[in-house]
Design a protein around this ligand. Structure first.
Ligand code: GTQ
Length: 375
């Protein structure tokens, strides 16, 4: 089921097309008194021909944002703020704090010696580490050191706290959470840890050491939780895997050389509501346009280039974050003829897939690329 009604006209049989008359308007007022309404007055809005994302494409440029993020260190403490984060606010979604669709994102900053209290919530979270030395996160007693471009999970219901060692440097990472989704489903609980901290109970980085060995699984593992036991996916092996895969594949025409982060127990997504992938665009590569349901937040892990989203060009460079709203046409281009460009992508695909809402479509005309309207 894709887009068989390509003209999408509302003046056809089967769509609501009732003109207001004084009698009808009076009738609508009567219905409103009883907290009801006539479907045909809202039908075309609530049942659009195809997904209508309220979110708009945005590039959050790290070069512009960094100094403002660091300024928050002077203005508030993590104790007072709970977490010191500057969140990404999609101009099309002012009703909720969302970067795109139902995904929240922010840039969290911590100075050496600072800690943020342990807490847990029904929303699931990820971190993508941008800069600094000495940061760590403790998830349900598992301490993880956080290095450049590492991808870290704090799944639904796990206690987590963040800190930077006293001999470290100021650290900044991207937080990504499904807060808007969980709030839309009216299912979000939040708790501060009764002791404000959860003791470290395992060897440092044990979950990655246990579960993160390629092609090898620990015998007798009995992990049955709905999220990956591998709480941290490090950058080096991820980039190495992509580089090796690039030697063996042409890649996807739409996404280049792309690999999903997976739960090593199920081979499925890392968490139930959010998935993530890393994709490599070879030097000079420019992908074909496609669109799909779901919300996508890209983080430029390496290199520079541009994406064309719904006919408009958006340039990006390392550490920039940009979004592709649901059902928006998009294609990506590596701007360099010598270097790889690598994009980390956080998305809500597990939700789309598990609810049977995933759809995908390739752009058929213009040789698979969009005419660019705005630069
Ligand atoms: O560290 O779990 O940016 O609960 C916003 C809300 C981070 C977190 C955010 C959160 C967190």
């Amino acid at each position: 089921m894709a887009t068989q009604n390509n003209d999408h006209r509302d003046d056809v049989i089967g769509r609501a097309n009732v003109e207001d008359t004084p009698e009808l308007l009076a009738y609508y007022d009567e219905l409103a008194e009883y907290e009801t309404g006539a479907l045909w007055t809202v039908a075309n809005k609530i049942e659009p021909w195809e997904p209508q994302s309220a979110s708009v494409p945005v590039v959050w440029r790290y070069k512009q944002l960094r100094e403002h993020v660091l300024r928050s260190v002077e203005l508030v403490t993590p104790e007072k703020a709970g977490r010191r984060v500057i969140y990404l606010n999609n101009p099309g979604r002012r009703d909720v704090s969302a970067a795109v669709g139902w995904i929240y994102a922010g840039l969290q900053v911590m100075n050496p010696g600072e800690t943020a209290t342990a807490h847990r919530h029904s929303a699931s979270a990820i971190r993508f580490i941008m800069e600094g030395e000495g940061a760590y996160t403790v998830v349900d007693g598992h301490k993880m050191t956080l290095g450049h471009n590492d991808f870290v999970l704090t799944p639904n219901g796990t206690w987590h706290e963040h800190a930077v060692e006293a001999d470290g440097t100021p650290c900044i990472w991207q937080d990504g959470l499904d807060i808007p989704l969980v709030n839309a489903l009216e299912a979000n609980f939040f708790q501060v840890h009764p002791d404000l901290s959860e003791p470290v109970a395992y060897p440092v980085d044990d979950m990655t050491k246990t579960w993160g060995n390629p092609g090898l699984t620990p015998g007798g593992g009995d992990w049955t939780k709905g999220y990956s036991p591998m709480f941290k996916y490090e950058w080096e092996p991820t980039y190495e895997a992509l580089s090796k895969y690039a030697e063996a594949t042409d890649g996807s025409p739409f996404d280049g050389v792309m690999m999903d982060y997976v739960n090593p127990v199920t081979n499925g997504p890392v968490m139930q509501t959010m998935g993530a992938s890393m994709q490599l665009l070879r030097p000079g590569e420019h992908t074909k346009a496609h669109r799909h349901t779901g919300s996508y937040l890209y983080h430029v892990a390496k290199g520079s280039g541009h994406s064309v989203i719904n006919g408009k060009r958006y340039d990006w460079e390392e550490k920039d974050i940009f979004c592709v709203p649901s059902w928006a046409w998009h294609e990506h281009a590596n701007g360099s003829e010598n270097e790889d460009a690598v994009l980390f992508c956080l998305n809500d695909l597990p939700v789309m897939r598990s609810l049977g809402l995933y759809r995908e479509e390739a752009l058929g005309d213009n040789k698979g690329n969009q005419p660019v309207i705005g630069a």
